[in-house]
Design a protein around this ligand. Structure first.
Ligand SMILES: [Fe+2]
Length: 136
């Protein structure tokens, strides 16, 4: 069972970004599943690491895009990215110190990420680009 399945509403109609978001949703789902199944620390560490690295790579792609097209909400969006990276980092730190599985607030954070960041914050820049007839 997938906890975080891909939903069509996540699509921004920007193929490169949609592809990256699919990867992210997949990783988030894998992490959640591994946690729910009580997988060991090394498995969780590996997925969190992967998620952290991929998130950084993905945010750079988005920021390059927003910068290139002079998106007015760029600074604010970037701030949100920084916050999310900070949360993933904090999660990594917490996980390193703990011998237990990740706390349940992680799933709330991941939900929020998908539902608030992709569905609201990311949607805004994709609409900005679409309004200007920019097709990517
Ligand atoms: Fe974003």
């Amino acid at each position: 069972m997938q906890f975080f399945p891909w939903k069509d509403q996540y699509s921004l109609n920007i193929s490169e970004i949609d592809e990256q978001h699919r990867m992210l949703v997949g990783m988030i789902d894998r992490l959640h599943t591994a946690m729910a199944e009580g997988k060991g620390k090394s498995v969780l560490d590996e997925i969190i690491n992967e998620l952290y690295n991929y998130t950084k790579f993905h945010f750079i792609t988005e920021e390059r895009l927003m910068d290139e097209y002079d998106y007015p909400g760029f600074a604010e969006h970037k701030r949100e990215h920084k916050e999310l990276i900070g949360k993933v980092l904090a999660m990594m730190e917490r996980h390193k110190k703990s011998t237990l599985g990740l706390s349940s607030d992680l799933s709330i954070m991941l939900q929020e990420w998908l539902n608030s960041h992709i569905l609201e914050t990311d949607k805004k820049y994709s609409e900005f680009l679409a309004d200007r007839g920019i097709r990517l």
